[in-house]
Ligand binder design. Structure first.
Ligand code: ARG
Length: 462
């Protein structure tokens, strides 16, 4: 059934029907469409626009449709134009006359704006809870690894010693910001467009505040043209989702490196690895690679959405129907990636001894050797030069700074004494870094406590 056949004298071309239809993808918000319609007719009856009997018949009819779709006894007919037409058609077929009153004082423009917001709101909560679970796994790794030493890198060159807890903690902070972004977006978008009509409101005495309240919005939107034409919240959200993916992608890249034969910092669990069809020895980090790869897809959705919206005059235009497929794909992609990544991190093994050995053999304590000299009165620039000579000496002999004899130290600078070994031990190097945010155990323990409090106080974003 078409909702708009009246003024036409010819059938629509079959290809036009197919090109125009959105039911293949908007059927996923049937539940939100029904919820919106129930709120709308409840309000229509309260305002005396339809009778109480019609309201009851419509609501019962809609609930019946909802049950039948969920039980599988009512198949969504994809020859219909969209989910709105489908539900209205089935309702009218089932309850007759009252069904035809459902759309009083409403347009598909405010209806679809509402459905998309209701659906998106639920998705934000779900994505947020998945990020939350990942953060719980990370805090667990952090708690257990405040003394698991590893090299910190800059330019992918070993730089200074850190701990695994500190490294994981960096991602923890990123995901915390990601959740804050989701929360901000939720708060900004949570106003109800229903009652805006096609673009200019309606002449019926609708109570928009009432429907907004029934649907758990903070209130009604304040401009009917903007209400049907606004997709800003999707753009913001796709940007936030792109940032989540960027974080996951960087994390994936590190896991892939750490899992390589050259690093061997981690061992991905068999359940989260894949093999090669030809090389029997292979155990590949496909999950991390796929997460890294799928990041491009979510960025693509953001760029598509921005480009689609850039030239659209007010108010509703059919271009906006394009918001759905790419947004839904981004939701599915992000949920899949966060979920799989969490499973991978929950089961991954860290090779603490390999990490520590790598820390020792990369001169990550060179800065601390220079600081030792500074503490003994040598100007920093001179100390930097002296330690440079030590490093050169070690490279030549293929040893670590810790392996040099005191005589060898003294030959380069007489300032060195026996306590140099303690000063440059990896544990000392890390433990001396005590400012908040640094890897030293005391500082890290404080941050872990703060972050555990955060997790307790922020289980959900709303
Ligand atoms: N399927 C349409 C969309 O997703 C619903 C709104 C249709 N409105 C219209 N005026 N044709 O945007």
């Amino acid at each position: 059934m078409k909702l708009w056949g009246g003024r036409f004298t010819k059938e629509t071309d079959q290809l036009v029907n197919q090109f125009n239809a959105s039911i293949s993808f908007d059927q996923r918000f049937y539940k939100q469409d029904i919820r919106g319609s129930v709120a709308h007719v409840t309000m229509l009856a309260k305002q005396g626009i339809i009778s109480e009997e019609d309201k009851t018949a419509i609501i019962d009819g809609l609930n019946g449709i909802l049950n039948d779709i969920e039980s599988g006894s009512l198949k969504i007919d994809d020859t219909q134009e969209d989910i709105h037409s489908f539900i209205e058609a089935v309702l009218t077929e089932r309850i007759g006359e009252p069904g035809k009153r459902l759309h009083t004082g409403r347009s598909r423009n405010d209806q679809v704006a509402l459905d998309m917001k209701l659906y998106t709101r639920d998705e934000i909560i779900e994505i947020d809870s998945l990020v939350y679970e990942l953060m719980c796994v990370l805090i667990d790794i952090m708690e257990k690894n405040t003394e698991t030493f590893m090299p910190g890198f800059t330019h992918l060159q070993k730089a200074q010693p850190i701990t695994l807890a500190h490294h994981m903690g960096a991602y923890f902070e990123m995901f915390k910001r990601d959740r804050q972004r989701l929360s901000d977006i939720y708060k900004r978008m949570n106003y109800c467009p229903l009652g805006s009509g096609a673009l200019a409101g309606t002449t019926y005495p609708l109570d928009r505040e009432y429907t907004a309240e029934l649907l758990d919005f903070y209130g009604a939107t304040l401009n009917s043209m903007d209400s049907v034409a606004d997709r800003d919240y999707l753009i913001e959200l796709l940007s936030a989702l792109s940032t989540i993916m960027m974080h996951l992608s960087r994390f994936s890249e590190e896991i892939i490196l750490w899992n390589s034969n050259e690093y061997k910092f981690v061992e991905i669990d068999d359940a989260y690895s894949t093999g090669s069809s030809i090389m029997p020895q292979k155990k590949n980090p496909d999950i991390a690679e796929l997460v890294r790869g799928k990041t491009g897809r979510v960025y693509g959705a953001l760029m598509s959405m921005l480009t689609t919206m850039k030239g659209i005059p007010l108010a509703y235009n059919k271009d906006m129907q394009e918001d759905k497929e790419l947004t839904f794909d981004a939701f599915d992609t992000v949920k899949g990636c966060v979920n799989l990544f969490t499973g991978m991190m929950k089961t991954i093994q860290f090779n603490a001894d390999v990490m520590e050995k790598s820390t020792r053999h990369g001169f990550t304590n060179a800065t601390d050797a220079a600081d030792y000299l500074v503490n003994h009165g040598v100007p920093f620039r001179d100390a930097h030069g002296i330690v440079g000579q030590l490093v050169l000496f070690c490279i030549d002999k293929n040893i670590a700074l810790d392996d040099m004899t005191l005589e060898e130290y003294k030959a380069i600078s007489p300032v060195f004494e026996e306590d140099i070994y303690d000063a440059i031990s990896i544990k000392t190097c890390v433990d001396k870094r005590i400012t908040i945010g640094a890897p030293g155990k005391d500082a890290m323990d404080k941050v872990i406590t703060l972050n555990k409090d955060y997790l307790k106080a922020n289980k959900t974003i709303v």
